[in-house]
Design a protein around this ligand. Structure first.
Ligand SMILES: [Zn+2]
Length: 255
């Protein structure tokens, strides 16, 4: 079995789906992460990397590190520039996404939903490309899931970060009002218990060293957020059958 996780930037895969990737990889499922960009426009937390070209190279290596830790195959990059996905030709990007996905021949594809976690314009663009690809798939198409942290979860996360003195403010990349971050809870179809893989996820997060502060990881593991981080959340794209067991397994009913 094969699962492709297609996101916009190195680190999207680990924060949203790291436990899931580790879980399925441990069961022998071939997991491939595809990143539309190398994250050239990311904020570098300690200023250790200057220039977008150098940052792209560093973040490519960070994603390679994370995939290795999670047990996934080496990542693939689509070569788009971080921060510009909203302005590329959508149909052309959809076609490229389709041909890449058809070549990878997955049983399941995971990408952003239309909220893009917190409305990041790149995330929402990638959602549209994958949606286009899936709707134009030749023949029998894979199952499509969206990574869908629930709105209630995103609100808890925002609160926790504010309390920790590290407020979450992505207003440079998102026009979405903060109260709309996350997927409406009732649309979430699938919750995966990844608690046995939290240590692996933590190590994968630390691979993204230009993006994370180890202190923040300690906050991430703080008790008030503990019950939430043991799960990762998905919604099945509309138009597909809710197979038995799909509430806790991306591969339910697919053998
Ligand atoms: Zn991202």
């Amino acid at each position: 079995m094969r699962i492709v996780f297609l996101f916009a930037h190195p680190d999207d895969e680990t924060f949203g789906c790291g436990g899931t990737i580790a879980l399925y990889s441990s069961r022998g499922v071939l997991c491939t992460v595809v990143s539309a960009t190398k994250g050239e426009a990311g904020r570098v937390r300690d200023g250790s990397v200057k220039g977008s070209e150098e940052l792209g190279l560093v973040r490519q290596q960070e994603l390679e590190c994370a995939c290795k830790v999670l047990g996934a195959r080496p990542p693939l990059f689509m070569g788009y520039m971080d921060g510009t996905l909203d302005s590329v030709d959508e149909e052309e990007a959809g076609r490229r996404t389709l041909s890449l996905l058809v070549e990878l021949d997955p049983d399941v594809v995971v990408t952003f939903d239309r909220w893009g976690v917190y409305g990041h314009r790149d995330h929402r663009a990638v959602h549209r490309w994958v949606q286009w690809a899936w709707e134009n798939w030749p023949g029998r198409r894979p199952r499509l899931f969206y990574n869908s942290p629930p709105r209630s979860y995103m609100q808890e996360l925002r609160k926790a970060r504010t309390v920790a003195g590290r407020p979450f403010d992505p207003s440079d990349v998102s026009d979405m009002p903060p109260e709309e971050y996350g997927t409406p809870d009732e649309l979430v179809t699938t919750r995966i218990n990844v608690s046995p893989f939290l240590e692996v996820k933590r190590r994968a997060i630390l691979c993204h060293r230009t993006q994370v502060d180890p202190e923040e990881i300690r906050a991430f593991q703080a008790t008030e957020f503990g019950p939430l981080v043991g799960f990762e959340f998905y919604s099945l794209a509309p138009g597909q059958e809710l197979a038995q067991g799909i509430d806790s397994d991306l591969l339910a009913g697919l053998v």
